[in-house]
Design a protein around this ligand. Structure first.
Ligand SMILES: Nc1nc2c(ncn2[C@@H]2O[C@H](COP(=O)(O)OP(=O)(O)OP(=O)(O)O)[C@@H](O)[C@H]2O)c(=O)[nH]1
Ligand SMILES: [Mg+2]
Length: 329
């Protein structure tokens, strides 16, 4: 699942993309996969000292200028979510840039859905549920309402998704600033939140420079600049949750690993992500919430306390559950 980095010309997409890739040499013409920082996994790796530590990952694509031209819109459509970069290092036209990006996405969506409506009419399916839904979506777009805020349910979203409307995709707005930025961000933050989007700030050029420093010197350098956490890990973690993914964990002396699954997945689905055999022969899932393991990193002691769950197929997996699948094939 890819996240498209979009935005006005010269907003700093490629700089951010390279910072995410950890080097100025990263080729912004290709998708980039980055690991999702996870302190829980760091803890488990420290505890088990396994041969293998596998983080969850997300992929980004750098949408070239013009970001909302037809070729770029096609790239945007292949992505599961959109990260819109706003220029707050040179121009600072935050509200206009956000408004025109939303407008471009809605115009493109209108053209696609209008075509779909005509097609359904031609096929004499004007009374169908899909026709009604496409019509409703077009009405939202006429009122300049992005589809992500239209309140479509799961089923409706599934019907619209094949047409991949950009304004239906989860959106994250990133103000790319130098220092304190050119413009105040409070208004565009409110606009973003009202449009159902996450809002973050970053100094992409600074982050790219940071990549050149040895890792152990970065926290001190950041603190000196008045930042407490790496902006990149904030963005990566936000991107991960934008995709509505959560992580369950597995652990042992050979490997500790974070596994991405859609929020709301069951134990059986989680087992299938590890291996189809585990789903086929599923008996029970042993569940230890990470926080319990952090307090008492001893499975036998936790079992004695009676806090280790043995759950069935339908158990809803939560973020940070440490799972061990019992199975037989
Ligand atoms: N000071 C500062 N300069 C930045 C920042 N981000 C980008 N720039 C500068 O802005 C210019 C454009 O950055 P790019 O990353 O190429 O922007 P882009 O959105 O990929 O641009 P196009 O693909 O050409 O549309 C470059 O000169 C960058 O060095 C930032 O956070 N701070
Ligand atoms: Mg670029």
């Amino acid at each position: 699942m890819k996240i498209a980095l979009a935005g006005a010309p010269r907003c700093g997409r490629s700089t951010l993309f390279k910072a995410l890739g950890g080097s100025p040499k990263v080729d912004s013409g290709k998708p980039l996969t980055v690991k999702v920082p996870d302190p829980r996994l760091d803890f488990l790796a420290e505890h088990w000292k396994p041969g293998n530590v596998v983080y969850a990952s997300v992929s980004f694509t750098d949408i070239p200028s013009p970001a909302f031209g037809s070729r770029s819109m096609a790239m945007l459509r292949e992505s599961a979510a959109v990260a819109l970069v706003l220029d707050n290092h040179a121009t600072g036209n935050l509200r206009d840039d956000l408004a025109s990006a939303e407008e471009e996405m809605m115009l493109a969506d209108y053209a696609i859905l209008e075509k779909r409506r005509d097609r359904l009419r031609k096929e004499s399916r004007a009374g169908s549920m899909e026709f009604e839904l496409v019509n409703r979506a077009l009405e939202f777009l006429e009122r300049e309402t992005p589809l992500r805020t239209a309140g479509f349910n799961r089923q409706e979203t599934d019907i619209l998704s094949p047409y991949s409307p950009a304004s239906l995709k989860p959106l994250m707005v990133i103000s790319n600033r130098a220092g304190d930025g050119v413009s105040d961000e409070s208004q565009v933050r409110r606009m973003s939140e009202a449009a159902g989007a996450a809002f973050l700030t970053i100094d992409a050029a600074l982050e790219l420079e940071l990549c050149e420093l040895p890792e152990e010197e970065r926290p001190e350098f950041l603190a000196g600049m008045g930042y407490d956490d790496s902006g990149l890990s904030r963005i990566i973690r936000a991107a991960y949750s934008l995709l509505d993914l959560v992580s369950f964990l597995t652990m042992g002396p050979d490997e500790v690993r974070a596994w991405p699954i859609p929020r709301g997945s069951t134990a059986l689905e989680a087992a299938g992500v590890i291996h189809s055999d585990l789903a086929r022969g599923f008996i029970r899932a042993q569940v230890i919430p990470f926080e319990l393991f952090r307090e008492t990193p001893d499975e036998a002691a936790l079992r004695k306390k009676g806090v280790v769950g043995l759950e069935g197929k339908e158990y809803p997996v939560r973020d940070g559950d440490i799972l061990e699948i019992r199975f037989s094939v």
